[in-house]
Design a protein around this ligand. Structure first.
Ligand code: ATP
Ligand code: MG
Length: 727
């Protein structure tokens, strides 16, 4: 019986098993979070291999991130017992696209050693083209057009196919022409951008049916995870490979959940789920309804919340995970984000110590999922103070972000004029017309005399070694720094910091930037200034940051994960913390500004993804105040809180920060009594709390003198503008 019932099938429920064993013909698994979709895909591959239906190289499997691909490979190995040799075609759409393109580059007019341009390269290239056309690139910024092209490519549109209105929207009707020029330029450079990694293979398959036919023969089985987040180009690519002429089986299996579609802003089309049944007639649609991940409370909370969305396919979801000591989802209120981080840290430490339930919990089993990356800063700072290990997943840590490192370089140079690395980093950021030659001259001059570059610059502008333009620019820079250095002793340091970023033109640089990342970077800069308030001086702050940056980060350590909700897709943790549930942050202001339903519904799906990452514990926070532009503003609790069901959710009593786990460290109670759930957020209860604000939360920073740590630079990794990963 072992042959018919191997170990890897034993644990599956009947529907999962059907999805695994229906190897022939198109299959769509449409199911809610935690129902085992990913597990089904993995087991299906194991089954195909174990039964000798295909070799590893004959399976095409698409995951959303490279990390997910690695994990899937490992699991398959475990299931079939022994390492799987290869699986060369298991990866993201992009990584598989690169591979195809390297093999057939000549068919689309490239050499196989073509380069893949990153976002910066693309923008530079487009800027040249815009200028060459005699278009004012201030009025029509290259970044904006780069994003437009990217959008077209997500929809698989060639220059000839873009809608007339779209084409006219940029540079008074030059959109189409510029797009075509851009593609030509790429070709002559033997280069392509991210979008081309999908579009070139599509083109190549269309123009070369014989090549496509080879792949139809080759890929006996095709599988796609997180199918709800595929965009049009990805879908076309998939359809080309999966739709076969009569007689060749269409063994394609896609798994997804319409309620977890969270990349609409990047062109994902949830309608691809509906198209599947049309494009693959006779597809078997399998629903999985049993959730294996979460307790009934967590599932109940998530299910009730997502029911507020209108555009849904609708699914049933239940769990058998029900135990008497299951905890409800807990909603906490905090005064501000500093207290929020402090309170989250406390719960983490309580879990770690095993207070309350007597079990000691690993940090690896806990995650903090934020809506916007600037929220990470407060947690990172707090955890360093506590000596609590953490890792930031799917992006750089707060202080490693490009804009933060730039800003810090300004501050460092004001405090430590000999910091040449800081000088080189910002002397021409924003652009001041100081080119490489000038910098080299400065460098040589400083080296020869063994003096700091800032001093060298001061000397050089007195000579005529520099071109007049560079000399003038340098003169201005030096003047600025002299002024700031004088202010260092007299002006409050947060004010000075703001002044530095304003006067240097750094803030404006991002304000004028039309890229999608720019608003986030401005948010981060504000957060940086805010974070300085806890310190006595700019120097004290710089010292603190070097300590944060020193905090260890390695794969093996037991650590809390911090990441955005977007990068948490597909993952699961015992305990999940969801901070910042306030109107304007979550749902995000940009979604609210859009008006209409779709932006808001995508935010709600994101909330659903967040809650359903939790296996046993889910803690949600909102704060009553955020500091915006240096002013305290009271915030409204997120509407999503009101959409949670009373039966599965409780409001934490601040006096006991964590359901009976002992008295928390908030100082005195801010709430007179526990409020009944539904209306508690708008009652005066927590307005009163605002007035009770004490400075207790500030004490604990102290000064960290004794650690005269000076670090050189802040590591190499700037934020990747975009990766081949879906992240
Ligand atoms: P998401 O929508 O979040 O991506 P998913 O549907 O892909 O979730 P999985 O991650 O595959 O769900 O499974 C969720 C959890 O349930 C995993 O820990 C998985 O190992 C477990 N699980 C799935 N099926 C079973 C089963 N039949 N028996 C026991 N555990 C299972
Ligand atoms: Mg999954």
């Amino acid at each position: 019986d072992q042959a018919r019932n191997p170990d890897y099938l034993a644990g599956l429920n009947p529907e999962q098993r059907e999805a695994v064993e229906t190897t022939d013909g198109p299959v769509l698994v449409l199911a809610g979070a935690g129902t085992g979709k990913t597990r089904v895909l993995t087991t299906r591959i194991a089954h195909i291999l174990a039964t000798g239906r295909a070799f590893p190289s004959q399976i095409l499997a698409v995951t959303f991130t490279n990390k997910a691909a690695r994990e899937m490979k490992e699991r398959i190995g475990l299931l079939v017992g022994g390492a799987v040799e290869g699986m060369p075609w298991l990866g993201t759409f992009h990584s598989i696209g690169v591979k195809l393109l390297r093999r057939h580059a000549e068919l689309v007019g490239l050499n196989s050693d073509f380069t893949i341009l990153d976002t910066d390269d693309v923008v530079r290239l487009i800027k040249q083209l815009i200028q060459a056309e005699g278009i004012d690139d201030k009025r029509w910024p290259a970044k904006q057009f780069a994003a437009t092209i990217d959008g077209w490519k997500n929809k698989a549109l060639d220059p000839s196919q873009i809608p007339e209105g779209d084409a006219r929207a940029f540079a008074n009707g030059k959109g189409r022409e510029l797009y075509a020029a851009y593609q030509n330029r790429l070709k002559s450079l033997n280069a392509c951008d991210f979008g081309d990694l999908l579009l070139h293979p599509i083109r190549m398959f269309r123009m070369n049916p014989d090549v496509l036919k080879d792949y139809h023969q080759k890929f006996r089985y095709i599988l796609v995870d997180e199918y709800q987040d595929t965009n049009t180009a990805q879908y076309m690519w998939l359809r080309l490979l999966a739709q076969r002429p009569q007689g060749i089986p269409q063994n394609v299996c896609c798994v997804g959940d319409d309620d977890q579609s969270i990349y609409g802003w990047r062109g994902a089309e949830v309608d691809n789920i509906l198209r599947f049944e049309k494009d693959f007639p006779g597809a078997k649609v399998i629903k999985l309804e049993r959730n294996y991940r979460s307790t009934e409370h967590i599932l109940g909370a998530a299910g009730h919340l997502i029911a507020h969305n209108e555009g849904r396919l609708g699914k049933t979801l239940f769990t058998d995970r029900r135990e008497p000591d299951d905890e409800k989802v807990v909603v906490h209120a905090a005064w501000d984000s500093e207290e929020e981080a402090r309170a989250v840290g406390e719960v983490i430490e309580q879990l770690q110590r095993g207070d309350g339930d007597g079990k000691k919990h690993n940090l690896n089993d806990m995650a903090i999922l934020v809506r916007a990356s600037f929220q990470m800063r407060e947690f990172e700072d707090r955890f360093v103070t506590l000596g609590l290990n953490y890792r930031v997943v799917g992006g750089p840590r707060f202080y490693e972000r490009l804009e933060i490192r730039d800003a810090m370089a300004y501050f460092r140079l004001v405090c430590q004029p000999a910091d040449d690395l800081a000088f080189e980093r910002i002397v021409n950021t924003p652009k001041r017309g100081l080119g490489d030659t000038t910098i080299r001259t400065l460098h040589d001059y400083a080296r020869a005399r063994d003096i700091p570059m800032l001093t060298a610059a001061g000397n050089l502008i007195e000579t005529d070694e520099l071109k007049p333009k560079a000399r003038k620019a340098l003169f201005d820079v030096i003047q600025m720094f002299r002024r700031w250095q004088e202010l260092l002793e007299t002006t409050p340091h947060t004010e000075l910091a703001e002044q530095i970023l304003e006067e240097s033109g750094y803030t404006d640089m991002w304000k004028n930037d039309k890229s999608a990342e720019a608003p986030g970077r401005l948010e981060n800069l504000k957060e940086l200034i805010r974070s300085m308030e806890a310190f006595e001086s700019m120097r004290g702050f710089l010292e603190h940051v070097s300590l944060v940056m020193d905090a260890e980060q390695n794969e093996d350590m037991d650590a809390v994960s911090i990441m955005t909700l977007h990068s948490a897709k597909g993952l699961e943790f015992d305990t999940v913390f969801l901070p910042g549930w306030e109107e304007g942050l979550f749902p995000h202001q940009r979604a609210l500004d859009e008006g209409g339903r779709s932006g808001l519904e995508e935010e709600r799906r994101l909330a659903y993804v967040g809650i359903t990452r939790a296996k046993r514990r889910c803690h949600i926070w909102f704060v009553s105040n955020r500091r915006i532009h240096g002013l305290w503003q009271s915030t409204m609790p997120s509407r999503f809180l009101d959409e949670l069901p009373v039966t599965h959710v409780e409001v934490a009593q601040t006096e006991q920060s964590y359901g009976g786990y002992g008295r928390g460290g908030y100082g005195q109670s801010r709430f007179d009594k526990a409020e009944p759930f539904q209306n508690s957020y708008s009652t005066p209860g927590w307005k009163r709390a605002q007035q009770n604000k004490t400075d207790a939360t500030r004490d604990n920073w102290g000064s960290r003198s004794g650690h005269a740590v000076e670090r050189i630079g802040y590591g190499e990794s700037g934020p990747r503008a975009r990766t081949i990963d879906g992240e």
